[in-house]
Design a protein around this ligand. Structure first.
Ligand SMILES: Cc1cc2nc3c(=O)[nH]c(=O)nc-3n(C[C@H](O)[C@H](O)[C@H](O)COP(=O)(O)O)c2cc1C
Length: 363
């Protein structure tokens, strides 16, 4: 059986795999276009694009973030005719500007997580760009659907359900993550499918559900498709590809990681983050406190007066080979299963074959 495409309104993604946005220059035009060229959907992450500019004042960096996002989108478009979208964290202080820029470039979709993107339809008004919130529960899915319908007469074009095994910042407390070890994503997906089904009945509109977090093999994809999702979003596997622009040292952290190296930290922005151990991460304890100056408050929930360190600075270190051990290296729960770096084409072929095999065999 051939994998069914992921259909989001009038947008068709031939292979139902979205490469998740990975901030601070992990998923840029290079990776996104390679995925799109293979029939998947390539996502450019907007967070952090402007952090590397040397002229350090807030207004400049804010503008730079927008200009560089436009740049990445245009570069990706030059490299592919496939489906390209942008990931924008709801928690960023320049959310509205980034959404407007992405829409003005007619990206195929915007994925918004890390907070409730309740005003996303307002900033993306009058565009055909598909709006896709990330949720961590059925309750949050319901809240967003009701709010968008009431305020903007608009439904999410699709919903991504991100479970606790994902990489990066997570929408769960550490206790929730610990207490929901078994099939957590499957359970949340079922919750969200029940919510979307109830709206579909009353509003006669389909909201595709996409699963993310810990999906590693083609068989995993097949399993989630069988559960009723229309597609999957994956991050970790795409880091270990030739086209992912992070330096070799970042990829080697993945290749060399053992299960016990993948841990949760308390990010200064008040959310747990899943990372690979580095010297810096090992040095973190309750009393950790660094002096740093913030020239650009990138994330709304970051209280600069209390933050033990600057998360942006540590994420920037991750894409600087010489500073990898001084970095926060985000990674999904399954990162220790990554054994080699491959071209995106090879990874996509493996995933499609595995998913189709699973669906044919039924297990
Ligand atoms: C290095 C890294 C950076 C990430 N950055 C972001 C981000 O900027 N925005 C976001 O919404 N999700 C981010 N994520 C989450 C991914 O988009 C994706 O949903 C998640 O990693 C899926 O789980 P998986 O890694 O197990 O496939 C990041 C994940 C990783 C591994």
């Amino acid at each position: 059986m051939r994998l069914p495409p992921l259909i989001i309104g009038d947008l068709t993604i031939p292979i139902p795999i979205i490469q998740g946005g990975m901030g601070v220059r992990v998923s840029t035009a290079s990776l996104a276009s390679a995925v799109a060229n293979c029939g998947g959907a390539g996502t450019i992450a907007s967070i952090g694009l402007g952090f590397f500019s040397c002229k350090k004042d807030a207004a400049f960096i804010k503008e730079e973030c927008v200009n560089l996002l436009i740049n990445e989108i245009r570069q990706a478009r030059a490299l592919t005719k496939g489906v390209i979208g942008v990931n924008i964290l709801t928690a960023v202080t320049n959310f509205a500007e980034l959404v407007r820029a992405a829409v003005s470039e007619s990206v195929d979709y915007i994925i918004a997580g890390a907070g409730l993107p309740l005003r996303l339809p307002e900033f993306a008004k009058d565009s055909s760009t598909k709006l896709i919130p990330i949720v961590s529960s059925g309750r949050v899915a319901q809240l967003i659907i009701k709010s968008w319908k009431k305020r903007y007469d608009k439904l999410p074009d699709a919903i991504i359900v991100e479970g606790p095994l994902a990489g990066g910042h997570l929408g769960f407390s550490k206790q929730e993550i610990e207490s929901r070890k078994e099939n957590a994503l499957e359970k949340i997906v079922s919750e969200v499918l029940a919510v979307t089904a109830s709206f579909q009945r009353s509003l006669k509109s389909t909201i595709p559900v996409i699963a993310a977090g810990g999906i590693f093999t083609g068989a995993d994809i097949g399993r989630f498709l069988k559960l009723g999702v229309s597609g999957v979003q994956m991050g970790t596997r795409f880091v270990a590809t030739n086209e992912c622009e992070v330096p070799q040292a970042f990829k080697e952290k993945y290749i060399n990681a053992k299960d016990e190296d993948i841990i949760l930290i308390d990010s200064p922005v008040g959310l747990p983050g899943r990372v690979i151990r580095t010297k810096f991460v090992d040095s973190l304890d309750k009393n950790h406190r660094e002096k740093f100056s913030c020239i650009y408050k990138c994330l709304k929930p970051c209280d600069v007066t209390r933050a033990p360190y600057c998360i942006a600075e540590r994420l920037i270190n991750a894409v600087n080979s010489d500073k990898i051990e001084e970095a926060v290296v985000f990674a999904g729960f399954n990162a220790a299963r990554v054994k080699k770096i491959v071209p995106v084409k090879e990874l996509m072929a493996e995933l499609v074959q595995g998913a189709e095999h699973y669906l044919d065999e039924g297990s």
